[in-house]
Structures are given as C-alpha cells and as structure tokens.
Design a protein around this ligand. Structure first.
Ligand code: FAD
Length: 430
C-alpha cells in the first residue's frame, strides 16, 4: 500500500478503469501511508537507510472545520477558543457554586480555578466573552492597529450544536500527535531504499502467488509472472499479503487457517490528490499544511506539508473511509473529481475549481491485490489472530493486520521483525 503517485504513474482498478497521473514535476500524492509518528520504528528505518525526513503537519490552528449547515468554515483556533472558553466557564461556575465540594478541597478549588482562567481565557470573573485566541479579521500591526477581532463568540448553545469539539481529541492520540514526519519526496522512498539495501537482484516484483504447499522439508510457492506459471522452492515462506487476499490462495495449511484468514474486518478507503496551479490555501487563507475536518463525504482534506511558497501544490482532496469511500469508489475518476471539487468549493470557494490542474484517486477496496484500505482484527476473531501469528508448518504470516498497529507501516515492520526473529531462532535450533 506504500504507493506514491507522480506524473506518469499508471493504475488500473478492479473495474477496469485506468488512470495515469498527470502531476507536474516534483508534485506527488502519498495515496497510502503519509505520516509517521516520532516513536514509530519506521523512522529508525529512515535514519538507517539515509532517507531524509521533514515534518508532516497533522494539526494546524489555521486549518478549518466545516460541518453541514455552517454558513462558513471555522478555523481550529477559533473553535478551540470557544469550546475551551465555555467549558472552563461552566466548570468554574460549578466550582464557585460549591457543586464540586465533595470532590475538591479549598486548595484544590483555587488551583483548578487558576488553571481554568488560563485554559479558557475566562478572566477573574470566570466568564467567557471571547478571546484574542479566536483570531482577527484584520491582524494586529503598527501604531494604532490593535487588530479587528473576529465577530463573536457565538452562544454556548450554538457552539455545542456546531459539534466542532468532536475533532479536538484526534491530536491527543498516541499515533497522531505532533510532531509527525514524512520522507522528503514521497513515502515510496522507503521501499525504494529497502530494495537498494537488500539488493535489487533479491527482490522480484510482478509475481502473483497462485499456490502455497507446505511440506516436511520445505515450501513450494507457485506464481505467475508475465503470464507464465513458475515455481519457487524454499526452506520457509513468509506470506505478507492482506489476509482476505491470502484466504483465496490455494494452500494445504488446513481449514482453520483458511477460515481464520477470512475473519478480519476489511475497510473501504479512498484518497484523492488534487494538483493546483497556485497555492491559494497559503496566499488567500494563510494555511500552511495541516488538515481540514468536515462532515461532508470528503471526511478529511489535507494541505501539503512541503513545497511552501512554491508555484504549485497538491492537496489531498478527500481521505475517506467506509460508506463515503464506497460512494466515491463507485464513480469514475472524472465523476469523483467533480463530486470532490463541488464539496471542496463549499469550504474553500471558487479557486478550488478554477485553479485545479489535475487529479488522481485511489479506491483501495477496488485496487487489485489489495482490495481494502486495512484489515482489522476484531473482538470476535482473537483465536484467528493468535493462530495466524503462529507458524503453520513452514509458513509464516506477517503484516500490520497481525499487530496492535493496523493502518501503520510500523505494524508491518514490527510483524516482519517478529517473524524473522522467530525464524532465525528456529533455524539456529534445527
Ligand atoms: C489510505 C492509507 C493510509 C495509510 N496511512 C498510513 C500512514 O499515514 N502511516 C503509516 O505508517 N501507514 C499508513 N498506512 C498503512 C500502511 O500502508 C501499511 O501498514 C503498510 O503498507 C503495510 O505493509 P505490508 O507490506 O505489510 O502490506 P501491504 O502494503 O498491504 O502489501 C501487501 C502486498 O502483497 C501483495 N500481494 C497481494 N496478493 C498477492 C499475491 N497473490 N501474490 C504476491 N503478492 C501479493 C500486494 O500486491 C502488496 O504489495 C496507510 C494505508 C492506507 C491504505
């Protein structure tokens, strides 16, 4: 799934639709993995393999939130100021009125109130009446230019009704918290460097496995390459394809394995790259990277975390899952572009359409040999998860779907390291 689309990238989906990337020189979209947390082993591979990295902006106070029914999008900074402000006011009120006396000592109350005054910018009166944190329509400047604050804040009731607060916890997640990183030039720098390190002669691509036979002394794998059926015999086999794909491959590993491979929860996922002739999100909206959240069927819109102040740039026009991904996946690439752009115009205005140069979209569930964005273990398939994490004769399975890090390359790496380590000690003992 590590798939970076550039000018000339060609992909034919399961519906027979072929797209050819028309991105201009240097422009690309990471159609699969795009961000790496600081603690992930993926960064260690980048260091060891000499892959330069740069910050991936996963949170930006200047990015937007747009929900159906909003007249205009609201910036994160404004939404946060209002939610934190009103929540602080409510908690301060409860504290001041003694509603929390059974839980707090007098000292606790003073400390909590001091925290809330700062957290919500509610002043000594413990009332939220707006804050400089919300932002300005005219920014502060020289001499008498104190800045023109944005109109507002809306009422507490309107802020709660807007639902903006539901997006705030994303950045608290262990996997999603800033800083995050990306390889300079595209995520596929990682597999390219891995192949260089292993030796290109040792990696054979374009081979579709058609059968796996486990024997007492070795494993036979049949595959087709360039239309020709071929066979490779080895001491051991590590099958690193998605479980729902492996489930369809003939093997002699038994009915339990066959069934176990079908028990993962496979999710439809879609992503679209939109290349623009200008970086209007920087010049007109002062958004330098980050993510706009929406309840439209786009789900998430990403601004590029590189190439700032360049001539052109490539947004992720949608990154959606489940029903939204299915809806876009059913369309032709041209129809997807039209639908995504119409939605994006509602958030960003006409330049979302008029500055567009080209697009490329990937429906992962309609992508050959992948057929899903990710495959999650479920609470019901724990026995299957345990079974497939054990060697089946001389055959091992590996992938992010066999870890607590599904949807992350770090999971794929960690699963591979576990299997290779086990195999190593097995061979040493044999
Ligand atoms: C939209 C999206 C966003 C993501 N975002 C991130 C992110 O931001 N950060 C991150 O770290 N990770 C992210 N991931 C997850 C990351 O892509 C995966 O964890 C990682 O690529 C898994 O690597 P893998 O080699 O185990 O499996 P895969 O990448 O699924 O590779 C499986 C391989 O098996 C091959 N295969 C299938 N059938 C056969 C067959 N019959 N014979 C031979 N080969 C076969 C497939 O062609 C494929 O190359 C994202 C994934 C998606 C789809």
């Amino acid at each position: 799934r590590n798939f970076t689309v550039r000018g000339g990238t060609r992909q034919t989906d399961l519906d027979g639709q072929t797209q050819v990337g028309r991105f201009s020189g240097g422009e690309y979209m990471n159609a699969g993995p795009a961000r790496i947390a600081q603690w992930m082993v993926t960064l260690d591979y980048c260091r060891e393999l000499g892959i330069p990295i740069e910050v991936f902006t996963n949170t930006n106070a200047s990015a937007l939130i747009y929900h159906e029914g909003m007249g205009a999008p609201v910036r994160y900074r404004t939404a946060k100021a209002d939610v934190y402000g009103y929540v602080s006011e409510l908690l301060a009120k409860a504290t001041d009125q003694g509603a929390l006396d059974s839980s707090l000592t007098g000292d606790d109350k003073q400390r909590l109130l001091a925290f809330l005054e700062g957290w919500g910018d509610i002043g000594a009166q413990h009332r939220y009446t707006g804050s400089k944190r919300r932002g300005y329509s005219v920014d502060p400047g020289a001499f008498d230019q104190a800045g023109t604050p944005l109109p507002g804040p809306p009422s507490l009731s309107d802020v709660l009704a807007s639902g903006v607060g539901r997006h705030f916890s994303f950045e608290f997640e262990y996997e999603q918290a800033m800083l995050m990183f990306q390889p300079v030039g595209g995520m596929d720098r990682i597999p390219a460097a891995l192949v260089r390190a292993i030796g290109p002669g040792r990696v054979r691509t374009g081979c579709a496995v058609t059968g796996i036979t486990n024997g007492d002394n070795g494993v036979s794998v049949t595959y087709t390459r360039g239309g020709r059926e071929q066979r490779i015999d080895a001491d051991y086999c590590i099958a690193a394809m998605p479980p729902h794909i492996a489930a369809r491959i003939p093997h002699n590993l038994g009915a339990d394995v066959r069934h176990a491979l079908t028990t993962f929860d496979v999710h439809p996922v879609g992503k679209m790259g939109l290349e623009y002739r200008s970086r209007w999100w920087e010049t007109d909206h002062r958004i330098y990277g980050g993510i706009t959240e929406t309840d439209l069927d786009l789900d998430h819109v990403w601004y590029p975390s590189h190439g700032y102040h360049g001539r052109r740039g490539t947004l992720i026009g949608y990154y959606n899952t489940d029903a939204h991904a299915v809806a876009y996946g059913q369309l032709t690439p041209a129809q997807r572009e039209a639908r995504a752009v119409a939605q994006g115009v509602r958030i960003h205005g006409d330049k979302y359409r008029t500055e567009l140069a080209s697009s490329f979209s990937v429906a992962w569930h309609r992508t050959p040999h992948i057929e899903g964005g990710w495959a999650l273990p479920t609470t019901d398939n724990i026995p299957a998860y345990v079974l497939l994490n054990q060697p089946q004769g001389r055959v091992y399975f590996a992938g992010d779907w066999l870890t607590f890090l599904v949807t992350w390359q770090a999971g794929a790496f960690d699963s591979a390291r576990r299997v290779v380590t086990e195999l190593h000690s097995r061979v040493l003992k044999s």
